[in-house]
Each structure stands twice: as C-alpha cells, then as structure tokens.
Write a protein that binds this ligand. Sequence first.
Ligand SMILES: [Zn+2]
Ligand SMILES: [Zn+2]
Length: 392
Amino acid sequence: MRKLRLAGIWLLLLCLLTGCQGGAAAAEDSPAVEVEAAASEVPAVTDAPVDGMLTVYYLDVGEGNAALIESQGHFMLVDGGDRDYSSKVVAVLKSFGVETLDYVIVSHFDADHLNGIVGALHVFPVDTVLAPDYTADTNIYRSYVSIMQEKGLAAVTPQVGDAFAFGDASFTVVGPTRYDHADVNDNSIAIRLVFGGNSFLFTGDAEAGSESEILSTGQDLDVDVLEAGHHGSDSSTSQGLLDAASPEAVVVSCGAGNSYGHPAQAVMERLQAKGVTLFRTDVQGDISVTSDGVNLTWNAEPTTDWSYGSGGTDRGAEDAVAEDTWDDSVKYDSVGDTNTSAAYILNTHTRKFHLPDCPSAEKISVKNYAESNESRDQLIAEGYSPCGNCKP
Ligand SMILES: [Zn+2]
Ligand SMILES: [Zn+2]
C-alpha cells in the first residue's frame, strides 16, 4: 500500500517536472491583487466537488516553517524557513517547475519564516503577497522590504474573513484578529485552506493568546490537517484550538535536537490524548499530503515517535540566534537543480564569471556561488573577469 502511495506521489512529481499539468496555466491566470476583489470573486468555501489534486508539502527546514502548496499548476508558499534552508526552498520550487507563485504568505517576520520568502521573492514572480501589518527592526526584514520594492510588490494585509481563490481550492484568513500584539508571534497570519472536502490549518507562530482571539470569532476552524503552532511550542496548539480544529492529523515543523525544546511535552500529550496521527519534519524530513478532494494520501506513514524536546528557552532566544540576513550567494543545488535561467554564474571569491554550462561553474563551492543577470560590461565594471575557458 505504501509503495503504491509513494508511486502516486512520484507520478505527480514527474508530472509536475514534465509539465503535463500545464505549467503555463499559472502564468496566464491573474488572481486579483486587491483583497476586496479577491474576496468577492472567490466562491464560498464549501466542500463542492473538485477536479485534480492538491498537495501540501511541509518542507523540512530545520527549526523553522515552510509549506509549499500545489494544485493544478498553481503554487503558493506559506513561510520559507531560515537562512540555512532558503536555498533548499528555492531549489524545491525550481524542481517543481514553478514559474509564478500565485501567493506568498508571510505568517510573520521572524527569520525562521522570512528568510526563504526573501529567497523566493528574488527568484520567482509573485502575484500576491500576504503579510502582517507590523514592522521589524531586523536585517532580514529590511531585505524583505527592499526586494518587495525592487519587484514592485505591495503586500496585502488581510483581515479575518478575507477569502482567496487558489485554483479549485480556496483559503480564508482566520487570524490574527489584530496586528498590535506585544509578542509578534501573535500577529501571525493564520489561514484555513479548503480543497473539496479536505481542509488544512496554518497558524504560523500564533500563541495561545492569539489562538483564543481566533476562537472567539466563532469561525469554522474544523480541519483534517493541522500544523502545530510555533513548531510545537508549549505556548501554542492550546486545547481550545485543538478541540475546534479536531484534526485527524497534525504536522510538527521543527528542527531535530533544537535548543528550544520543540516539540513540547505538553503539546505531545495534548495531541496524543486527542488521538491524532502525527507527522514531524524533525523525525521524518519533508512531509507531503495529497488530497483528491475526498481522501488524503501521505508520503510517509505517521510516526510513532511522540518524544518531546527538553530544556530550551523557547521564544526570545529564537530571534537572537536565528540568522538575520539572506545569503544570496548560496548555490541552489539541494534538489539537483541543473539548469538556471541566469545569464552568468559568478565565483564571488575568485571574481570570475562563467556561462551557465561552463564545467568550471560546476566546481564553484556553495559558499562562493552566485547567479547574475547583469550584462557582461556591468560585471566587468564590478571587478569580475570573464572565464578563460567558456569565454563569456
Ligand atoms: Zn518560528
Ligand atoms: Zn516567530
């Protein structure tokens, strides 16, 4: 059975890679950028029959969060993980043949969510960015603001109840109810994604305080799959939220052996008592679940590892320790990316530039690798010299 399921996933992947789902569709559609317009155009969130499949990839980004959602040639990225995983997230998107991201959702601006978003914004055209209404005094936030400006993007600040169409799926913003929390985790944008009869809840790093505000709105929070809040922190995935969501499965996205004690003992106990099936990126790596609108198919069996983290200072240290800047010199090679659309490959150490197919370009270390679409003359003006082999 498991083999069959995996085969299905691989067929889907192959399909994506070879473009048999019609990759051009995403580029041709133009979802409304205005919240109001999107909200009025989107069909009511119902369990009407759907065509095709929707897959949620909960990427293993260590101690962080990043989920890629794909349906019928549409792509959406919810958070992007921290600096060490930014290149992985971009590589995964490339390997799936992403040409345009319909939506990028920044749950909040903490580095373990924002870094890979900044990476993706550098590489992929994005139709709509949803981000919370507050600012941060960090380098990665400044990188985010600068790439948004460079790409001519203005983030939409969604309000509770705003609904957005995503192919045959749709999602509703269920939180936060306000953006002025003292703890920025509580400003996390939370969404409920619906595809036919299947549904998924993402709450970023929202803590119990924000969760209870969300609960007080009386919205439908019932889902099949819940991502545990704040990487399985003790202060999130409260009993109230768990009861309202009543998920059949819970995914925890956290780093193996992280120093914050994620997932917390109390959360593991609440989940186990609730009788959910458990998936966790720190134990199982990348997790994916495919919906046909009725049934869910996972890429792995649920884990029976209910172990929890120990010690840790939880929130607070997280931001101090997390890398704060986006390293744009990392090579996007984690998922066997062989073709690049960049004009030139740079070695930032030797200051040589190459054609993308130059054998020397393959040997550049990850640390010194960069891609550029600047002109030959611009690069030379910046102190780069052409490779003697490929003579760019
Ligand atoms: Zn986080
Ligand atoms: Zn956070």
